[in-house]
Structure formats: structure tokens, C-alpha cells
Design a binder for this molecule. Structure first.
Ligand code: MG
Length: 489
């Protein structure tokens, strides 16, 4: 089975593929930190189910007489599991009074419950014992009808190779290994300690770029859990599943946003108060603005010349404002901007490709901090004259959005219409969150040039798109585009 088909099976089973999204909460050794529970107990499995945990992690050993047991350490209460028979092991009691569970008894209960299973194959004293244990586990899980709900983890390279070859299920390696090396040895992904990711935060992106899933253990504090959510972990393995679920719920709940894009025609056609009140009337969360002057003595902008438009609009709308200069103009600057209800963690500006040597254009891209969630929002304005330039610009902005570790929205004036290669290049990867209403020129619209796109498409839904009716004496030569969207983090 190749990686792609594993990912498909994985997705079909309700678990996540390697992309940013809602992480799965894995109760480490079951939900043991609860009244009446114990580590790797059947009670801990039932408790995890009762709180709605996405998955339960369990550890598996093979006894001397080839019975599979669920336990973390090689020894339990001084009895070595590998060296003991089931006659001895069946006498042992967990701290909550349950017998030391066999894998069979554990799976029998798991069958009737909802959590997926993350089965850790322990590193045995002899690889040959692992060679016996791995197919036994795979067969038993299949007999119980649990194959589609199971993934595997292990520190043992021997068991890892066996599981990858035999299970047909996602297998994650527990031994911290560089992403490129992990890719060479195969499997579905990484299951590393939180300290490994804290030390190597670039591994998040490297693993994702390689199509690897990311599982992180043992993530118990609110700060560590939030770190994993913010960095797009696919699984959070935790001794505090209720806290993790609460934070995931808070951080990853669908959120309604209103997005606006508006080309301001360098403020030639209306006073700043009118432009600001038009924007404010829509009460948007994010606005991409184009043809924005800053301190430029533009003759045609009679009432607005010399003003810093972003600062003026930010102040009048009560939003945060960010400016991206494209060129120097009339003693100031000409470019684009972003207005946001939320503060930016980071703002970057990129020069767009310009093979036709046209007027320079830019992409202004920010990472914005909303409560418990981060979103990338970008504004742009494409060239309007040169085919090769716009084509390159479409490829460039699409790639930039796809590199984002967070859900990403790109809005602007693309100087292109549906059906043209520039727009179709973007739509091949991103979701169009607008309707077909024409936006330019504002009095008698002929073309739709203004769009709002989002990546990854599966995280976004368009609820409604508003384009005001054409009119004489509009505040710009473009009509604004305003979309109500739902984003799932
Ligand atoms: Mg374990």
C-alpha cells in the first residue's frame, strides 16, 4: 500500500491526514487520571469514551506463552511480562482492582466504544519476539473488526518496518528522527515528544511538506497543548484529555468571518470619511484594500492628497491598519493595505514577479491572532497589461498561500476574470469565496476583477456574498465585494 492510499484509508476512518486542521485528542494510556481508573486499564478506555476523546493510546507486550498484554513498562509490580506466562500474569491486579488486561479483553470492550486506537508496540528483549507479536496484534485487531479504527506507533525500528509492511494502517515512528530521514524509512508520520518540536519547530513544516502526520506526546499543560494546536499537530497525546478537548474545541470551532475587498481608486472619487463609512457599514473582520496612497501629493485625489490612507481608515473604522508599498509616488507611496479587527503577529510584503517589467505590484500578507486561533490574510493587486507577468503573479500568490501553516485568505483586485488562466490557476488550488457579480466599472460593471480566495478549500465555506448595486457617484470605480464565510480551524 502506498502512502497515498494509506492517507485515504486514514481519512476514511475519521482520523486526520497530514494537514493543519482540528487535532485529534489521544488519551495517553487511556483516561487514567480519573476516579476509579488506572494506566492502560479497561476503565481508562471506558472513561476516555465517556468524555468523547478521539482516540486511546495503549501499550502492548507479548508474554512468555505468547499472550498479548496491555501494559506500559516491561515489568508490572515486579513481574516481567515477557518472561512470565499468562497463568502468573492473570493473577496481577491494576491499582483500580482490574486484572492486568489482555489485549483480547481490551479490544473486546473497545469494539463497542467510539475512540480510535493508537496501539504502541513495545520494544521487546529480542526482535524475534516482535516478529511474532506484530502479526498477532494485526490479526486480533482485524478479528475484532477494529482495523479501520487503529493506527500504530513504536520506538522499535524492527516493529516499525513490520507494521509498515503488514498492517496497511498508519504507522508513526516514536524515535525522534529528522523529517527527511523519516521519509526515507517510510510509514505515515512522526510521534515525537513535545521537547523535540520545541527544539526543532521547523520540523512541523518539513513533516507536513513530506505529507507526514504529526503526533506529539505527552502534552499535558495548557501552554503545550495550545502550542500543538497552533502548530497544526494532527494528534495530541495527553494525560489531560479533558483539558486538551476543551482547548481544541475553543481553538478549532468553526468561526464566522466577514471578509471585504475594495479597490479605492487612489481616493480620487470620495472624501476619506465616505470611504471609511462605507467600509464600516459592512462591519468586516478583514479588508483587503488596493490603490492606496500614503502621503502622496496626488493631484487627482483632491480631498485626500497627502493623507496616509491606511492610517486614516484604521482610525475611522477602529481597525488595525497595515500598509504595503508598491512604488514611490508623488513624494509618498502607492500600494495596498489590510484593515483587520485582530492584531497581526507578523506582516510580510513580497514583490510580485514582474517579467514584463510593468509597474511593480506586491502581496501584503499577515498572520493574525484571533482568540485561540491564527489566520493568514493577504491583500494583492495584479498587473493589468502583460500576460506573462499576471500568469507568474497568479502562480506566486497561490504558492504563498499554500505554504501557510494556518488557514489562509487572499483577497484583492486580480485584474482578471473567471475563465482566464490567472484566475483559474488560483482556483485550481484555492476556494473562491465570492459570487459572479461584476465589480468594475462601478456604475455599469462589465467585469468581475475582485475576488476572495481561501486555502485549504476544505476549511472554508461561503455563506453569502454581497456586491452592492451599481450606482452613479460611487466612492470608487470598483464595487466592494463582501463575503460571509465560515472557517474551521
Ligand atoms: Mg505508549
Amino acid at each position: 500500500m502506498n502512502l497515498k492510499s494509506i492517507a485515504l484509508v486514514f481519512f476514511a476512518a475519521g482520523a486526520l491526514s497530514a494537514s493543519a486542521g482540528r487535532p485529534q485528542v489521544v488519551a495517553h494510556r487511556g483516561y487514567w487520571n480519573a476516579p476509579g481508573s488506572a494506566q492502560n486499564s479497561i476503565r481508562g478506555l471506558i472513561k476516555a469514551d465517556s468524555i468523547g476523546a478521539d482516540a486511546v493510546e495503549l501499550d502492548v507486550w507479548l508474554s512468555a506463552d505468547s499472550v498479548l498484554y496491555v501494559n506500559h513498562d516491561p515489568d508490572f509490580k515486579g513481574v516481567n511480562i515477557e518472561k512470565s506466562t499468562s497463568e502468573t500474569l492473570s493473577q496481577l491486579r491494576l491499582d483500580n482492582g482490574e486484572p492486568l488486561p489482555t489485549l483480547d479483553s481490551y479490544l473486546e470492550v473497545a469494539k463497542g466504544l467510539k475512540p480510535d486506537l493508537v496501539v504502541e508496540m513495545k520494544t521487546h528483549s529480542d526482535p524475534q519476539r516482535e516478529d511474532i507479536a506484530v502479526p498477532m496484534v494485526i490479526d486480533m485487531i482485524a478479528e475484532k473488526g477494529l482495523t479501520d479504527r487503529t493506527s500504530y506507533i513504536t520506538f522499535s525500528r524492527n516493529s516499525f518496518d513490520n507494521l509498515v509492511a503488514m498492517s496497511g494502517r498508519p504507522v508513526q515512528f516514536l524515535s525522534a528522527t529528522e523529517p527527511a530521514m523519516l521519509d526515507r524509512i517510510g510509514g505515515d508520520g512522526a510521534d515525537y515528544h513535545i521537547s523535540v518540536f520545541r527544539t526543532n519547530p521547523h520540523w512541523f513544516k518539513e513533516l507536513r511538506d513530506l505529507g507526514k502526520t504529526i503526533n506529539i506526546w505527552t502534552v499535558n499543560s495548557a501552554a503545550d497543548i495550545q502550542y500543538c494546536i497552533d502548530h497544526g499537530a494532527d494528534y495530541i497525546t495527553t494525560d489531560a484529555p479533558e483539558l486538551a478537548m476543551e482547548l481544541v474545541e475553543k481553538s478549532c470551532a468553526p468561526r464566522n468571518l466577514r471578509i471585504m475587498t475594495y479597490n479605492l481608486r487612489f481616493g480620487e472619487l470620495a472624501v476619506m470619511d465616505r470611504i471609511a463609512s462605507e467600509i464600516k457599514a459592512y462591519n468586516p473582520d478583514f479588508v483587503a484594500i488596493q490603490e492606496v496612497d500614503a502621503n502622496a501629493n496626488r493631484t487627482a485625489a483632491k480631498t485626500n492628497r497627502g493623507l496616509n490612507y491606511v492610517s486614516e481608515l484604521a482610525q475611522r473604522t477602529g481597525m488595525f491598519g497595515y500598509y504595503g508599498r508598491a512604488i514611490d509616488f508623488a513624494g509618498g507611496y502607492y500600494g495596498i493595505g489590510i484593515l483587520s479587527r485582530y492584531p497581526a503577529e507578523k506582516i510580510e510584503k513580497f514583490e510580485l514577479p514582474n517579467p514584463g517589467n510593468e509597474e511593480p505590484r506586491v502581496l501584503l500578507m499577515g498572520t493574525f491572532e484571533m482568540p485561540g486561533q491564527k489566520l493568514v490574510f493577504a491583500s494583492t493587486h495584479f498587473d493589468y497589461r502583460h500576460h506573462g507577468t499576471r500568469k507568474k503573479q497568479a502562480q506566486f500568490v497561490t504558492e504563498k498561500m499554500m505554504e501557510s501553516p494556518y488557514p489562509a485568505i487572499l483577497a484583492g483586485d486580480f485584474n482578471a476574470t473567471n475563465g482566464q488562466i490567472y484566475i483559474e490557476t488560483i482556483k485550481a488550488k484555492m476556494k473562491d469565496l465570492t459570487n459572479d457579480r461584476k465589480t468594475w466599472p462601478a456604475d455599469v460593471p462589465q467585469d468581475k476583477l475582485d475576488f476572495i480566495f481561501a486555502y485549504p478549500p476544505k476549511d472554508f465555506e461561503l455563506k453569502a456574498c454581497i456586491v452592492p448595486e451599481p450606482a452613479k457617484n460611487t466612492a470608487s470605480d470598483h464595487l466592494p465585494v463582501v463575503s460571509d464565510i465560515v472557517v474551521t480551524f
